[in-house]
Design a protein around this ligand. Structure first.
Ligand code: TYM
Length: 346
């Protein structure tokens, strides 16, 4: 051994990400993930799956899961993903994810998983009754990413810790099996004003599928009137918008709405303030509502149309799964070889 730095990964650049089919998609999912996927598809090979294996870490009605999976695929396509360009597929249809996840379960350390805050939040007070799958959820996520040797992972800010774990697992695998540069250390793509969209009812809470109040979020399937009503009812304060970021930061609800406007319009928060400083929410909210309706309502309409044609969605999902398997299977085979599993000599 020399004391040189380990070889860097020099394979192709690939994008990988996924969304769970565990409830209605909302504006946070759109800005934190889907919109970024669409922006990336013309620049890199994209593998975008529906995370049904992750979804069953909490109870999912078996007779609804497949429909929920199609609904996410419909959201991908309605947002602008081209299934001939990006591979769109159900995670469970590519068995290599699970194969690699088991190997990674034997690479990752309990101490690393004990630090995962999202798992802790999801298991709540009844930790003893949470599934074992929920606990190892971040390890499966690392396998999702590394089974394609993905180099870029567009996600919202809540996934940051899982990406750090993925890098740790990649590095430890490469070290343990004397395979420098075998797995890349993937880069999270998180930045931008849409990385953490907050609830419309509470600027301190993340916009979430599981919030009991439907007024806390804008769903991808909301119609024009509902979007408009939710924006008008969004919690705010009586002050006009400030002209600097420092003053905005102290007002979480205002900060969130300015961020949403920026993410939708492709502007920074400061650029939004340059446009609206000194104006109250009576002026800002209608402008925001108009912008949201303009983009989101057509996505909802297209989703409804696509959901009405499950055979077409299934054709796209099957095609995506085939393309994904063609990349993932050789990677998992190589990982199995490095671990030293039996292979026939004949
Ligand atoms: P999930 O299904 O909870 O969310 C899907 C994506 O939406 C982002 N997101 C948000 N972004 C901004 N503001 C919000 N309020 C907001 N809420 C959700 C999430 O960050 C995510 O990007 N563990 C993942 C699914 C997954 C995955 C992967 C992602 C499984 N394997 C491999 C990337 C790579 C999850 O539960 O996402």
């Amino acid at each position: 051994m020399t004391d040189q730095a380990p070889a860097a990964y020099d394979g192709p650049q690939r994008v990988l990400s996924g969304v769970q089919p565990s409830g209605a998609l909302h504006l946070g999912n759109y800005l934190g993930a889907l919109k970024k996927f669409v922006d990336l598809q013309s620049r890199m090979d994209c593998f975008l799956f529906v995370a049904d294996l992750h979804a069953i870490t909490v109870w999912q009605e078996p007779d609804k899961l497949a429909a929920q999976t199609r609904e996410i695929a419909a959201a991908y396509i309605a947002s602008g993903l081209d299934p001939d360009r990006a591979a769109i597929f159900p995670q469970s249809a590519v068995r290599a994810h699970v194969d690699l996840a088991w190997i990674f379960n034997c690479v990752a350390r309990l101490g690393w998983l004990d630090r995962m805050t999202q798992v802790k939040e999801k298991s709540g007070k009844l930790k003893e009754r949470a599934t074992v799958g929920l606990y190892t959820y971040p390890v499966l996520q690392a396998a999702d990413i590394l089974v394609y040797k993905a180099t870029h992972v567009p996600v919202g800010e809540d996934q940051k810790q899982h990406l750090e774990l993925t890098r740790d697992i990649a590095q430890k695998f490469n070290n343990d099996f004397n395979a420098p540069g075998f797995f890349p250390l993937p880069e999270p793509l998180i930045e931008g004003p849409g990385a953490r969209v907050m609830s419309l009812r509470d600027g301190q809470a993340k916009m979430s599928k599981s919030d009991p109040s439907d007024y806390s979020r804008i769903n991808l399937l909301d119609d024009k009137d509902t979007i408009d009503q939710k924006v008008r009812k969004a919690r705010t304060d009586p002050e006009p918008l400030p002209d600097n970021l420092e003053a905005l930061k102290a007002r979480s609800e205002a900060d969130n709405l300015v961020g949403v406007y920026g993410a939708m319009a492709g502007l920074t928060k400061l650029e939004v303030l340059e446009r609206f400083a000194g104006q109250g929410f009576g002026q800002f909210k209608p402008a925001l509502s108009e912008l949201l309706v303009e983009t989101m309502a057509p996505i909802g309409d297209e989703m409804r149309r696509l959901i009405g044609d499950p055979a077409e969605l299934d054709r796209n999902l099957a095609k995506g799964a085939e393309r994904a398997s063609a990349i993932a299977e050789p990677v998992v085979d190589e990982a199995r070889r490095k671990v030293g599993f039996w292979r026939p000599t004949i």
